[in-house]
Design a protein around this ligand. Structure first.
Ligand SMILES: NC(=O)c1ccc[n+]([C@@H]2O[C@H](COP(=O)([O-])OP(=O)(O)OC[C@H]3O[C@@H](n4cnc5c(N)ncnc54)[C@H](O)[C@@H]3O)[C@@H](O)[C@H]2O)c1
Length: 254
């Protein structure tokens, strides 16, 4: 505890699921957190639950204007930024033949462009103090293809390589900014509940997800929050450009 004492952080998509779990852990570890989301009602509720160390901002991560507004608030409230977790994301189902083209574009706009914009704007503020940690939430889907998730696979593979590109740029520029990715396995969040609701036999799908994880369960937001807190702490000072798979062994299950 208190590994993030006095840190100022932004967590996107933090009104629910993984983002809320990460924001909660950051507050427990001593950070002040701007939690951002497009869902205003859930975001305000989450901030109220987290207490004085958290403030909610309405934010569409695919929008440049919104990022400028969020960064202006970070400057005004904190005058610094130590950590950014690019967590906001969507999963829209469809194969290469049947995914709606608008859904493909939207998935990339939020998952990939949103992460890119977050890195770009965070670097601007972090480099002023020569330090910071960016954590991008990618997925096991960044390297494990699923035929019905072509847009999601594409968007997360983009996040994976973008993380390395950003890490190298920041290191070579001498900014003291680290950038890493987390690849969660299947985690129990509202996003998963939406996927389950879209199929005919949701219970069978949930059982198959559990069976796919050699550790015998799906993950919880706290499993990912632990890794995010570690990556933003001084314990991870020598780690950049890395991808940490937190998936109960899913990725090594053939
Ligand atoms: N749940 C899983 O199994 C799983 C596995 C691997 C990776 N992930 C990734 O973890 C992240 C969080 O997923 P989750 O499962 O918590 O999902 P979730 O749907 O529970 O939460 C996502 C949050 O992002 C917000 N959001 C959506 N579009 C946004 C936008 N344009 N701008 C700002 N906020 C936006 C939503 O309102 C929601 O609060 C996503 O990037 C997802 O791809 C999830």
């Amino acid at each position: 505890m208190n590994r993030l004492e006095n840190q100022c952080a932004i967590v996107t998509g933090a009104a629910s699921g993984l983002g809320l779990g990460i924001a909660r852990r950051f507050v427990e570890e001593g950070a002040r957190v701007l939690i951002t989301d497009i869902d205003r009602e859930a975001g305000e509720k989450a901030a109220a639950e987290l207490g004085d160390a958290a403030r909610f901002l309405h934010h569409d991560t695919s929008s440049v204007d919104d990022w400028q507004r969020v960064m202006a608030t970070a400057r005004q409230d904190f005058d610094r930024l130590d950590a950014l977790v690019n967590n906001a994301g969507v999963t829209l189902m469809g194969s290469v033949e049947d995914v709606a083209i608008d859904d493909f574009d939207r998935t990339l706009a939020i998952n990939t462009r949103g992460t890119f914009l977050g890195c770009r704007f965070a670097i601007g503020l972090m480099k002023e103090r020569k330090g910071g940690s960016i954590v991008n939430i990618a997925s096991v889907s960044a390297f494990k293809p699923q035929p019905e998730l072509v847009a999601y696979n594409t968007s997360k593979a983009g996040v994976a390589l973008m993380t390395q590109s950003v890490a190298l740029h920041c290191a070579r520029s001498g900014y003291g900014i680290r950038c890493n990715a987390i690849n969660p396995g299947v985690i129990h969040t509202p996003m998963l509940d939406k996927v389950i609701a879209q199929v005919e036999d949701g219970e069978a799908l949930m059982d198959s997800y559990k069976a796919m994880h050699p550790l015998g369960r799906i993950g919880e937001p706290g499993d990912i929050a632990s890794m995010a807190a570690y990556l933003c702490s001084s314990e991870a000072a020598f780690i950049t450009g890395a991808a940490f798979t937190v998936d109960g062994g899913l990725g090594i299950n053939s």
